[in-house]
Design a protein around this ligand. Structure first.
Ligand code: KG4
Ligand code: ZN
Length: 330
């Protein structure tokens, strides 16, 4: 009989729970987003996030178990995000998972959210071929790493300040496009033309990123030219982000000579990024691995699939929230 993992994600502003088989099949998933809760603040308000997780988590788990038509005896394990993320949000997921584990007699694994994103690409279908280069572009992170197998990462570079997703969100706020910023900027950018020449921070320097200067130059431009077209500004901003991301991805592909290039994280939902990386991968003869858009942003299914790696490796980290957990630590 097929066994499953219950994956629980609550590191930021989505309560997401999924039932996932070892081969990446997702038997059931439910995600409760908190956009309405945080909209008035223009960003995630940590205390309200924990409270919303607390309200949503048990009904979401019950719903998903019922949708999957399984009982706790069908579970090999529970996997729950232990970091990185907001401490209060992490704590709700971790303590709920720990309580269920005791009540159900099912082991519980604390999972690295970044490893979850990395595995999102193999949900429903195994896409990755190793060795691989992976670029994680989300609201919390921007990094490039080399991957010899699903377990061994070598970090090539990360951001010195803002992540790319964070700058999408901040620029969207400046332009009055609301939350979530990413899809709103994408849509505006499609209507506009990238006529404004914005900086490409650190484009030619190794693998590190810096997006805060780009965001500030958008702010300065809006201040000086309030008449600027929102669409052209969005298009120019997206073009600058894409230039930087593509340059780093290309450098890593040339240096590491991988079989596949993996792009994950919320910004991997961007059509501009998906198209650009498709061309880059073709030019260099590597296969491009993208998660279907629904698996790019935070979700419990990616945590569920990552849990199977931990089970296989026999690695069972503690259940203490780790707000700053890095990629190399399980
Ligand atoms: O991976 P994710 O859901 O959460 C983190 O782990 O941070 O990523 C969220 C980020 C947000 O900054 C959001 O603006 C961005 O992903 N995002 C997008 C798109 N959808 C979400 N950015 C660009 N284009 C999109 N379609
Ligand atoms: Zn994430």
């Amino acid at each position: 009989m097929t066994k499953y993992v219950l994956g629980i994600e609550s590191s930021c502003d989505d309560t997401s729970v999924a039932v996932v088989a070892k081969d990446g099949q997702v038997k059931a998933i439910k995600t409760v987003s908190q956009y309405e809760v945080h909209q008035a603040f223009g960003g995630v308000y940590p205390e309200l996030a924990s409270r919303a997780h607390l309200e949503a988590i048990l009904p979401t788990i019950e719903q998903v178990m019922s949708d999957a038509n399984i009982t706790p005896s069908d579970l090999t394990a529970i996997g729950v995000t232990r970091g990185p993320g907001l401490i209060g949000s992490l704590l709700i997921g971790l303590s709920t998972a720990e309580a269920l584990s005791m009540g159900w007699g099912v082991p519980v694994y604390g999972i690295n959210h970044l490893r979850g994103h990395m595995r999102s690409v193999d949900l429903e279908e195994t896409r990755t071929k190793y060795p691989a280069v992976v670029m994680l572009v989300s609201g919390g992170h921007t990094l490039v790493a080399e991957l010899k197998d699903p377990w061994s990462y070598r970090l090539l570079g990360t951001t010195r300040d803002d992540s790319v997703g964070e700058s999408y969100d901040k620029v969207a706020r400046m332009l009055g496009l609301g939350m979530p910023g990413g899809p709103a900027i994408d849509a505006a950018a499609k209507r506009g033309t990238p006529v404004l020449r914005l900086p490409r921070p650190m484009k030619n320097d190794g693998y590190e990123f810096s997006f805060s200067g780009l965001k500030s130059s958008v702010a300065r431009h809006i201040e000086k030219h309030p008449e600027v077209s929102l669409d052209d500004m969005s298009a120019s901003f997206v073009a600058a982000c894409m230039d930087v991301l593509m340059a780093k991805a290309e450098r890593a592909v040339i240096e590491c000579q991988p079989k596949s290039l993996i792009i994950v994280g919320g910004v991997a939902a961007s059509p501009q990024l998906r198209d650009g990386m498709e061309n880059l991968a073709q030019d260099h003869g590597v296969s491009l691995c993208l998660p279907p858009i629904k698996w790019a942003t935070d979700n419990g299914a990616m945590i569920g699939l990552a849990t199977w790696d931990y089970i296989e490796k026999g690695i069972k980290p503690d259940l203490i929230p780790k707000p700053n957990l890095n990629l190399e630590t399980p």
